[in-house]
Design a protein around this ligand. Structure first.
Ligand SMILES: C[S@@+](CC[C@H](N)C(=O)[O-])C[C@H]1O[C@@H](n2cnc3c(N)ncnc32)[C@H](O)[C@@H]1O
Length: 357
């Protein structure tokens, strides 16, 4: 479960590989199809492929899509090494113009590093090539962080803090933009994270409520974790990585579910569960991890999993296979908690619904 490929790039609200591992073993067999319709960094997909199942992922966030795609079809190491070498030989800094790159990006990377990043962004042919998709995912994994293994100024978090926060942080810590050799960092990353599962999977980039690429009754098991009510802005907190896709955080957030309203959440989850039911085979199971959330103003805690069961899944004719389990997180690892009381309303309790269609 500690496969290094899982940590290729960090992703907010990712679940530990042990969660899908446990349920994949419990509710599926080899060669079954295991789907995560909110795949994030592709934890379920990779774990399924490592366990000789076909892992299929879907996510509307382009960052999640590329990470999932990279893990669902890992190319041979030799092809990745040759492609990095070929790209490096084609790179000519004097032909790359970075004048029009956003100022917020220019404050984080040196010109030397940014030119290589721009060249790679413009030349990597993802998603059509699985080698280029894999290199893109590695690049996103080394884009920003604290140590010399990252391309950016030293940043305390692996998710993107607001641009103004970053600006002030650079000023107050008197940070200098380091000249990093991107191709070298990519080769080092490859050494750290490469692993090839026996089985190939697939990745899609559709809204969860309308996954037209998936046929009726084609999936044996779903293991997933949907967004909760108003906890994380997946676009905004990834604005640096989204530069690679030519998108802003706001543009991406507009396409993802985000609401404080319990009624809107229930409408969204009902439509999601309907789609899950359509793609699940008879007797197929859906394992859904949903955390409790706190109301911002009243501090009241909502058991969201229970709401989803009572208001969404039960009326659609799902059966509860096991009593709802609570998973208490003892440390402060939940990313949405790190801002303290004010921002992010996740709690330390995740609950696990196991449903049968
Ligand atoms: C809790 S995260 C999943 C994390 C994942 N389990 C992992 O280990 O990385 C929820 C995901 O739902 C995605 N999402 C939100 N709204 C969506 C929608 N309408 N259609 C598809 N994906 C959506 C977000 O982009 C996010 O990646």
């Amino acid at each position: 479960m500690n496969n290094p490929l899982h940590t290729m790039c960090s992703y907010m609200a990712m679940f530990p590989p042990s969660v899908p591992h446990y349920y994949i073993e419990r509710y599926s067999k080899e060669n079954d199809i295991v789907l995560d319709p909110f795949s994030g960094r592709g934890t379920t997909v990779l774990e399924a492929c490592l366990m000789n199942r076909k892992g299929i992922g879907n996510d509307k966030n382009p960052l999640a899509y590329v990470l999932t795609k990279a893990k669902s079809n890992v190319p041979h190491r030799g092809r990745v090494v040759s492609r990095i070498k070929k790209l490096e030989s084609k790179f000519n800094p004097s032909t790359i113009n970075i004048d029009n790159e956003p100022e917020n990006i220019k404050m984080i990377f040196s010109d030397y590093t940014l030119k290589q990043m721009v060249f790679l962004r413009d030349n990597l042919k993802w998603p059509s090539s699985n080698v280029d998709t894999f290199i893109s995912a590695m690049l996103l994994g080394v884009l920003h962080g604290k140590s010399e293994g990252y391309l950016s100024i030293s940043m305390p978090n692996t998710f993107s803090m607001a641009p103004n926060y970053v600006k002030n942080f650079i000023k107050s810590h008197n940070l200098k933009k380091p000249d990093r050799h991107v191709f070298e960092l990519l080769n080092n990353k490859l050494k750290r994270c490469y692993q090839k599962p026996n089985k190939k999977g697939k990745a899609y980039h559709q809204d969860v409520r309308n996954m037209t690429k998936l046929k009726d009754s084609s999936v044996n098991l779903i293991v997933t974790s949907p967004p909760y009510t108003r906890v994380i802005r997946y676009g905004q907190f990834n604005w640096i990585r989204l530069w690679f896709f030519g998108k802003t955080g706001k543009e991406v957030d507009k396409k993802l579910f985000f609401s404080q309203s319990m009624n809107k959440y229930c409408v969204f989850m009902t439509e999601t569960l309907k789609e899950m039911k359509r793609v699940l085979s008879p007797n197929g199971k859906a394992v859904i991890v949903i955390g409790d959330v706190k109301d911002r103003t009243s501090d009241k805690v909502f058991n969201l999993a229970e709401e989803v069961w009572q208001r969404c899944a039960k009326p659609l004719g799902f059966k509860l296979v096991e009593p709802i389990k609570a998973d208490v997180i003892n440390d402060n690892t939940k990313v949405s908690k790190i801002w303290g009381k004010k921002k992010g309303n996740a709690t330390k309790i995740d609950r696990i619904l196991v449903l049968e269609a």
